[in-house]
Ligand binder design. Structure first.
Ligand SMILES: NC(=O)C1=CN([C@@H]2O[C@H](COP(=O)(O)OP(=O)(O)OC[C@H]3O[C@@H](n4cnc5c(N)ncnc54)[C@H](OP(=O)(O)O)[C@@H]3O)[C@@H](O)[C@H]2O)C=CC1
Ligand SMILES: CC(=O)N[C@@H](CCC(=O)OP(=O)(O)O)C(=O)O
Length: 335
């Protein structure tokens, strides 16, 4: 059994890690930390866990966690993770960080997040469909952001094929992406029956998209605009892909099928938030805009699963030599 710790277990992604790990046959959660709820049972914050996990929230003590765990998920805000990760690594633990602290090189992080990086180290970008080999042996994995997961998976096959001039990503997210702390933007009357674009040209996730897709084709250009929609979960991304030569539907289809041939969590399937809710799938489809230089690619993920906790468990499976589907394959054990 892999012994698992969760730092920040009261939050949305911490709760989602707990929900999914209940179903993992090779992992056992042994420690869950919280600054605000230490001493209380998990079900005080996550009533869905009643009768499933007999644990209490604890204070964060890296040495004690080192004795009780093999791997730790840090599910805390940006900037907070890099304060705790060095202590966890010193205690002999492997870390999968759900925040943005280990996704970008320190100098890029400092420019984008306008914060000093306290723990610069080579980053392993935890998108298994692109980086499984590096993830296998990593000590610290930077789990991707939710928007970049849907955007990169939508664009990567055509970008790697060398046909892309430019992609404009237009993404719509459910409000759980903003975390459990209430705010004016998450207040029900401001979300219900409403759609809002924000950080229209400047969202911090553009740097992750540029890092990953730019590595596949250095001259391609990328734009990204996020929106919040009145849903709790899910991100639908429409990628307007401008290509440098005419392409037939059959050619695009075979580029996607080949790229994702052995990637079980990416399905060529009509994307809708309902089809991926609660699952680790990224569904993708496309349409060639005949007579123009545009191909429209659409992807859908659950931001809390493939965009966060599910992908983090997929990374853990790869780090421990398990089938990457273990515990997160909806029909139980992989065949
Ligand atoms: N929500 C989503 O869809 C996604 C989120 N992420 C990222 O994952 C991380 C967690 O997100 P999410 O679960 O939504 O966040 P939440 O705000 O829901 O939860 C974060 C938890 O971290 C703890 N915490 C808050 N501040 C600090 C701090 N300074 N030091 C230590 N612990 C702290 C809090 O628990 P307590 O006060 O009890 O200690 C809180 O419950 C974030 O970095 C987020 O950006 C990534 C992908 C998707
Ligand atoms: C709707 C919403 O507010 N979304 C968040 C992204 C959440 C996320 O998962 O990204 P990180 O892991 O990088 O925080 C935002 O735009 O900041």
């Amino acid at each position: 059994m892999i012994r698992v710790g969760i730092i920040g277990g009261t939050g949305y992604t911490g709760g989602e890690l707990l929900r999914l790990l209940c179903m993992h046959p090779m992992a056992e959660v042994t420690v869950v930390t919280s600054r605000s709820q230490a001493g209380k049972p998990l079900e005080a914050i996550h009533p869905n866990l009643k009768g499933l996990m007999d644990l209490r929230f604890e204070d964060l003590d890296p040495a004690a966690i080192g004795d009780k765990c093999d791997v730790v998920f840090t599910a805390v805000p940006h900037g907070a993770a890099m304060s705790v990760v060095p202590g966890l690594v010193d205690a002999g633990l492997r870390v999968i960080d759900l925040s943005a602290d280990y996704r970008l090189p320190a100098e890029v992080f400092e420019r984008v997040y306008k914060k000093k990086h306290l723990d610069p180290r080579p980053n392993v970008y935890g998108l298994p469909e692109l980086h499984a080999e590096e993830i296998k042996n990593a000590t610290v994995v930077g789990n991707p952001g939710c928007y970049p997961t849907g955007a990169i998976l939508a664009g990567a096959p055509l970008v790697r094929a060398g046909v892309v001039e430019r992609i404009v990503f237009d993404s719509k997210s459910g409000i759980s992406g903003a975390g459990q702390e209430p705010s004016e933007t998450t207040h029900y009357p401001n979300v219900a029956e409403n759609i809002r674009a924000y950080n229209i040209t400047t969202h911090r996730h553009k740097a992750e998209i540029e890092q990953e897709l730019g590595a596949l084709s250095p001259n391609a250009r990328f734009s990204f605009t996020p929106h919040v929609i009145p849903s709790v979960r899910g991100i639908l991304t429409t990628a307007h892909v401008f290509v440098n030569r005419p392409m037939a539907t059959e050619e695009v289809q075979s580029i996607y099928e080949e790229f994702y041939a052995d990637k079980p969590f990416v399905r060529m399937n009509k994307p809708s938030l309902a089809n991926v809710r609660g699952s680790n799938f990224c569904d993708i489809s496309f349409e060639v805009d005949e007579g123009t230089d545009r191909i429209v690619v659409v992807s859908a993920i659950d931001n809390m699963v493939k965009g966060a906790a599910g992908q983090a468990i997929q990374n853990m499976n790869i780090m421990y030599g398990l089938d990457e589907r273990t515990g997160i394959w909806m029909s139980g054990l992989p065949p």
